[in-house]
Design a protein around this ligand. Structure first.
Ligand SMILES: Cc1cc2nc3c(=O)[nH]c(=O)nc-3n(C[C@H](O)[C@H](O)[C@H](O)COP(=O)(O)OP(=O)(O)OC[C@H]3O[C@@H](n4cnc5c(N)ncnc54)[C@H](O)[C@@H]3O)c2cc1C
Length: 411
């Protein structure tokens, strides 16, 4: 599926940098609409991506729109609930359309669909810098080993994920630091199959400000990890400090305070060691566009704060970028109009991202999770609302304001 750097053309309509969910989703739509698309990734596919691999409802919707949901679900472990567990051991199972599929497989399916739609995938090929003429991006310098190539394009789509180097090279980064960091590994433990058959998320002082998770894949394999918000501080004077949080120690604490995590690790076999990666959240940390260039996916901060879920919104923002280009071509819109259209589409999602940012209260103060779980276990109405938030059919605002919180006791 990977063409080498030697076979890169010298020009195309749209160059997409990054073949994760955002880049491949954009490439599917654009190539399907007749654009000449080149997709590049610094890694040859299939490739691993450090992730919890959880597919929440927004990812299901996006994968369906892209025509790959059946193929994904034929390989994924589906689940009907996510278990939310508080520090006092309370638990509530929130209904939702959920699944788990390791990213190596998920991203290969979406990338293959982009190739099937007509995109040309070249990897391993690294984006080095944009080519610019009078302040407009007109292409990119790409490299692999000693070989460098220049590729000219009408539009450059940066879908390079949470690691900021490509954003920095393109002059699009507002912030070098991530919004948070997380770490995960894969374990096989057949004995736990009947005990953990749903996605589980755990809040506790020992993993604050963050959470731990256990997500079941197929065949007795589990994705287990911890995520931390507020991992870095950026001061007004521009100085950066990294909080002294050791994710490995947080993971060890998770396995101490949550018995199923302890049993999973003690009786299981690691099939892939713990690996960490950054998160960029809340549609913040980068400019969305400049002449000739659009930023989408986690490069644009498209991961939800609080839950760290970002596959669905990466797919969506990739599709939004594609839609803006498709609409622009149909109407003959110029660069500025296309960019304004794309930015408006992204900003329409921002209020929901802001609410998830506010929900970070729960990661910082896990007693709030205890309270919410306790109330939800007593109120079918509240449980339905939580499910509605997960399904994106109801607004999380009412759960995340002081007024809404007080109302919890009247539910
Ligand atoms: C530990 C962890 C757990 C997570 N768990 C979940 C979860 O359970 N569910 C969920 O929905 N989300 C989860 N997320 C978030 C999710 O991983 C991201 O939101 C998602 O991967 C973003 O997709 P993307 O396409 O924007 O970027 P990515 O998936 O990161 O893809 C970017 C691609 O760009 C390529 N690239 C980068 N720089 C260059 C360059 N210079 N040249 C060429 N190619 C380049 C990379 O190789 C990569 O393939 C988790 C994240 C972490 C770190």
């Amino acid at each position: 599926m990977n063409l080498g750097i030697e076979l890169l053309p010298s020009r195309c309509d749209v160059l997409v940098v990054g073949a994760g969910p955002a880049g491949s989703a954009a490439a599917i739509m654009l190539a399907g609409s007749g654009f000449d698309v080149v997709l590049v990734d610094q890694h040859a596919f299939p490739r691993d991506k450090v992730c919890g691999d959880g597919l929440i409802p927004d990812a299901h919707h996006a994968l369906r729109r892209l025509g790959v949901l059946d193929e994904v679900m034929a390989k994924a472990q589906s689940s009907t609930h996510v278990g939310c567990i508080g520090s006092r051991g309370g638990r509530v199972d929130v209904p939702g359309t959920l699944a788990v599929l390791p990213r190596k497989q998920l991203d290969e399916i979406v990338c293959r669909a982009a190739i099937a739609a007509g995109a040309r995938m070249h990897a391993p090929v690294r984006f080095v810098a944009p080519l610019e003429e009078a302040g407009v991006v007109v292409g990119a310098r790409l490299a692999h080993g000693d070989i460098t190539r220049e590729l000219r394009c009408r539009w450059l789509l940066l879908a390079s994920g949470a690691v900021p180097q490509a954003l920095l090279a393109a002059g699009m980064s507002d912030r070098r630091t991530p919004s948070g960091v997380a770490l995960r590994g894969y374990l096989k433990n057949d004995a736990m199959r009947s005990r953990i058959d749903k996605l589980e998320v755990v809040w506790h002082r020992a993993v604050a400000p963050g959470y731990g998770w256990i997500f079941p894949c197929r065949d007795g394999v589990y994705n287990i990890g911890v995520g931390i918000v507020d991992s870095h501080n950026e001061h007004r004077d521009g100085k950066l400090t990294k909080q002294e949080i050791n994710l490995r120690e947080v993971f060890d604490a998770f396995t101490r305070i949550y018995p199923p995590a302890r049993d999973l690790v003690q009786g299981g076999q690691w099939i892939s060691p713990l690996k960490g990666a950054p998160l960029r959240c809340t549609l913040e940390g980068a400019r969305y566009s400049r002449p000739g260039l659009l930023v989408c996916g986690e490069a644009a901060g498209s991961t939800y704060s609080f839950t760290g879920e970002g596959i669905g919104k990466a797919l969506e923002t990739g599709m939004l970028a594609a839609q803006a280009l498709i609409a622009g071509r149909a109407s003959g819109a110029g660069d500025a109009q296309v960019r304004a259209d794309y930015e408006a589409r992204l900003l329409a999602l921002k209020p929901r991202f802001d609410l998830y940012e506010r929900a970070n209260w729960v990661n910082r103060h896990p007693w709030l999770a205890d309270l919410l779980i306790w109330r939800a276990s007593k109120s079918a109405r509240l449980l339905r609302r939580m499910s509605g938030v997960l399904e994106e059919t109801s607004n999380p605002g009412h759960l995340l304001t002081i007024k809404g919180f007080v109302r919890l006791f009247a539910e």
